[in-house]
Each structure stands twice: as C-alpha cells, then as structure tokens.
Design a protein around this ligand. Sequence first.
Ligand code: ADP
Ligand code: 5GP
Length: 209
Amino acid sequence: MAKGILFVLSAPSGCGKTTLLKRVMADLPGLVFSISHTTRAPRRGEQNGRDYFFVNRKEFSAIRDRQPSGFLEWAEVHGNLYGTSRVEVERLQAAGLDVILDIDVQGAAQVRAAADPVTIFIAPPSIEELGRRLRGRGTEDEKTIALRLAGVHREMQSAGVYDYFIVNDDLDEALESLRCVLIGERLRRRRNRAGKTIELSLDTSGSSV
Ligand code: ADP
Ligand code: 5GP
C-alpha cells in the first residue's frame, strides 16, 4: 500500500485554520488530522483526544525526551509546548492515509528537515481582521490575544518557504484553494510514486474516446 502524504498547515492563530480544516476534511476521504499534544489549557468546547491531547509539562517532557524522541517535531508557541506524535503519524501514513499537521512555523521547519511534507501557509487578509476574528471567537482574554498578535510578523516572515500560500479572506474561496492544493498534490505524488506508466485498457476498436 502506498504511504500517505504528509501535509503541513501553518497560520497565525485566529486566521481560520481550524475552520478550514474541519470543512475540507468533511468532504475529502482518506485525509486525517494528527492530534497534537499540548501543555495549553483546553478552551471552552475543546475535548481531550479530539482537539488535542492535553498534558502537563512533565508528561510532555517525558514524551519529548524518549530515545528516539516521541515527537516528530515540537515547539514552544505563545508560552505553551506543542508536539506531534511520531508513531501516530507513521501509523496513519503506513495505513495509506494522508495526514494533516496543524503546526507552527518552527515545527514546520523541523518536519521539512525530517520528512518530505507538502507545506501550506494560510495568511489573514490583515492584522486588524485577525484581531477581530480572535476577539470574535471569544475564547481568549485580551492578554493572550495581544501575545498572539505580537507573533504575527515573525510568523509571516516564514511564509515564503512554504510550497503554497493561501489568504483566508473569503472563507469559501480559501476553502476551494485548499481543496485544489490537496487534490493536486494527491494527483502529483501518486503519479511520481508509481514511477511507471499507468496501464490503461482502452477500447481501440474504433470508437472515439
Ligand atoms: P485558528 O484555528 O487559525 O486559530 P479559527 O478557525 O478558530 O482559527 O478561526 C478564528 C475565528 O475566525 C472563528 O471565530 C472563525 O469562525 C472565524 N473565521 C474563520 N475564517 C473566517 C473568514 N474567512 N472570514 C471571517 N471569519 C472567519
Ligand atoms: P492553538 O493554541 O491556537 O490551538 O495553537 C497555537 C499555535 O500552535 C498554532 O500556530 C498551531 O498551529 C500551533 N500548534 C498546534 N499543534 C502544534 C504542534 O503539534 N506542533 C507545533 N510546532 N505547533 C503546533
């Protein structure tokens, strides 16, 4: 069975990445989301094992410090630790599933060095709109929102090294762009992986094809 593709999605917090991911995964079979570990406290409505595995710093360090590390990548983002389980990603890819990692720019750089991902950067239409979305979501206090907005310029500086760049202005347009990237990469990679001409059994008896 062909190994699944690894997709890496990065975006400044509040950009709409979770919204886009939920919608795109609902109608693309064979695409799964890798659930990260984090030391951040759950937000209202978040569930352990569905949105994240919520762990404390001691538990996080124990996974990170195994030999080899239990994390394919990990990073400190906005004062919290986040990491991607290595065995889980390998298990899903080995089952032929395409895996999406929702990780920050530091984690994306580590995955780029260790694996062969397709990388996608989602940008907000403006900082002002990003602030409105974060406040509108109503899940963080002003201090946390300020911390997240302060990191946007740094994150945007990494956007140029990603394979794809999508601005999430109109949600439906951004969703369509993301779908096109995922489908296009599936077609491109599957062709390359096969490494030979596909045998077609065409009816050559005269009918036009
Ligand atoms: P992220 O996962 O990147 O932190 P979310 O998906 O939680 O962001 O989106 C943050 C907020 O912005 C949510 O309230 C969401 O409904 C809203 N949102 C997402 N995309 C758009 C868009 N294109 N236009 C307007 N609001 C959006
Ligand atoms: P949030 O706290 O809003 O869910 O996520 C904050 C940031 O952490 C986002 O940029 C998100 O992509 C990133 N993030 C989530 N999980 C991981 C992970 O496993 N590794 C890394 N490096 N970043 C992550």
